[in-house]
Design a protein around this ligand. Structure first.
Ligand code: F6P
Length: 516
């Protein structure tokens, strides 16, 4: 491998590294994945790992020993073990905002720097606050709680509440309201009783337009702020909104929104599954943290996942990635990962501002099997562009329909095999090209613990990818411009005397005014 450069305390890969990696893909031209798999009895074991409740197989990735060695070399040259240590210890990994990213301190005791120690102290106090508020919500006699938030203040708790539906304790019903579209509020509120509903406004900044508008709709509908609760890092704004400070749970600038499920942002999950369940989810994430921080890169699940992503993106040139959970309860996982992965890695400049040296994040999408087999799988099997995929299955179901579960697992195994191996046919229209790479994760069962471990694995993979690419996984400047323009256009939608400066927007505005 070429020699890495150094930028401050970070190792930086060079263009020569990426060129060398691309050369590793040359032997794959004309090579069949099915032949590679068939020729090596040891491959299934050699390309798999287990961490706690999760077994991961990378055997159906288009990699061989030389490619994986090159990838490990890349990880070493990028300083991945050191970067992971820096993350856990509370180094300022979010350089553009001058902050650490200490989501790991919310669930594990691994970081050693002063920032990590202080974060753990605050996290513990935060957990006590969650317990106190949980008791107060239960004592208030409400039956329903609406989590009002968007992005990281919605997707994580929404996924976890949905995925862990078998663990709901039945004491409170939890709902989610995120979209600015008033029809979301209208349809939800129709199903609820204002006298028996509490609203939990979750917003790190408490400046997010969607959340403030929806929060105001709920406040009006409930006839006051008596049953309003909040999770935020901005106490001035929660107070200005009329939420008493004893009903506000803390958030901190050292936790990114899309990494915040483990904080009070996950309060809706605690309300749904109880304190013990929430603790188990944290413990599952901590189990993965320990593995990722301590395992060598060659046997590190998150590093493997990250390296396969970089291989597919940078060596094989695949521009999209599918997430395919074969479990109805994980149906929201692709939406959650879209924010985690694409908001974290959708960058074209490196830390410090230089352009990246190759492609970064692929488009991430997906859906739950087997439903998706009957929608977009045709394109996965026979489309012109191979789409690398993550399959996720659950070994032991939480229902008694054994035959359905066997069929679900058979489909999971079949699809990843068919994509990799393909099948020849005399009629080209009926042939399957194969060589479509995938990873497969098997959870022993879907529990708070295994979900926590799985999500932590993805978080760490994202971070490792950001280290390889030299980008900041913890900022999201790209979302600001649209928000700013929307703010400028808002008055023009209320006042016909006002005009937009952009000619196309002006024409569209006239059309809206003419028809509105
Ligand atoms: O617009 C993007 C974003 O800032 C996300 O990163 C964040 O998760 C979301 O908005 C919500 O932010 P907040 O929690 O401050 O309301």
């Amino acid at each position: 491998m070429p020699r890495a450069l150094r930028a401050g305390s970070r190792a930086v890969l060079t263009a020569a590294h990426w060129q060398a990696l691309r050369r590793q893909a040359d032997p794959w031209v004309g090579r069949r994945l099915r032949d590679v798999i068939a020729a090596d009895d040891a491959r299934a074991d050699a390309y798999s790992l287990r961490v706690g409740p999760i077994y991961a197989s990378f055997a159906r990735q288009c990699v061989d020993a030389a490619a994986t060695e090159a990838l490990f070399g890349l990880a070493r040259d990028a300083g991945v073990p050191d970067a992971l240590r820096r993350l856990f210890d509370g180094a300022q990994v979010n350089a553009s905002e001058g902050r650490p990213a200490l989501h790991t301190a919310l669930r594990s005791g691994l970081g050693e720097g002063p920032a990590a120690i202080e974060a753990r102290r605050l996290a513990l106090a935060g957990r006590l606050g969650m317990d106190r508020l949980h008791a107060s919500v239960l004592a208030s006699g409400v039956t329903d709680v609406v989590n009002v938030g968007i992005g990281g203040s919605d997707l994580g708790p929404r996924l976890a509440v949905d995925a862990l539906r078998d663990f709901h304790d039945g004491r409170l019903r939890v709902h989610f309201l995120s979209n600015l579209d008033g029809s979301a509020a209208q349809h939800l509120l129709r199903t609820l009783d204002p006298a028996r509903t509490a609203a939990l406004l979750v917003s790190k900044s408490f400046g997010t337009h969607e959340t403030l508008l929806n929060g105001a709709i709920l406040r009006d509908w409930m006839g006051g702020s008596e049953r309003l609760y909040a999770v935020s890092a901005n106490l001035d704004r929660t107070q200005a909104f009329g939420i008493a400070s004893e009903r506000v749970l803390p958030m901190w600038d050292w936790v990114g929104g899309r990494y915040s499920l483990w904080s009070a942002v996950g309060f809706a999950l605690q309300l749904a599954i109880g304190r013990e369940g929430f603790e188990q989810m944290l413990a599952g994430a901590a189990r993965m943290d320990t593995h990722v921080l301590q395992a060598p890169i060659e046997s590190n699940m998150a590093v493997w996942h990250a390296l396969m992503s970089a291989w597919n993106r940078n060596a094989l040139g695949h521009a999209s990635h599918a997430v395919l959970p074969y479990d109805e309860r994980l149906g929201l996982l692709p939406a959650y990962l879209q924010q985690l992965v694409m908001e974290s890695l959708g960058k074209s400049v490196r830390i410090g501002g230089a352009p990246v040296l190759g492609a970064t994040v692929p488009v991430l999408w997906g859906g739950a099997g087997t439903n998706v087999q009957h929608s977009f799988f045709q394109a996965l099997h026979q489309g012109t562009d191979p789409v690398p995929a993550d399959f996720i299955g659950v070994v032991r179901p939480a229902h008694g329909h054994a035959e359905s579960h066997r069929a679900l697992l058979a489909n999971l195994l079949a699809q990843s095999q068919a994509l990799a191996n393909g099948a020849d046919a005399a009629d080209p229209q009926k042939g399957y090209p194969g060589d479509r790479p995938s990873s497969l994760f098997l959870l022993d069962e879907l529990t708070p613990h295994s979900l926590g471990a799985l999500l932590a694995m993805y978080e760490h993979s994202v971070y490792v990818q950001s280290v390889l690419w030299g980008i900041n996984a913890f900022d999201q400047w790209g979302v600001e411009l649209g928000k700013q323009i929307a703010g400028e256009l808002l008055p023009a939608l209320a006042d016909p005397a006002l005009q937009a400066s952009d000619p196309v927007t002006r024409a569209l505005l006239s059309e809206i005014r003419a028809r509105g």
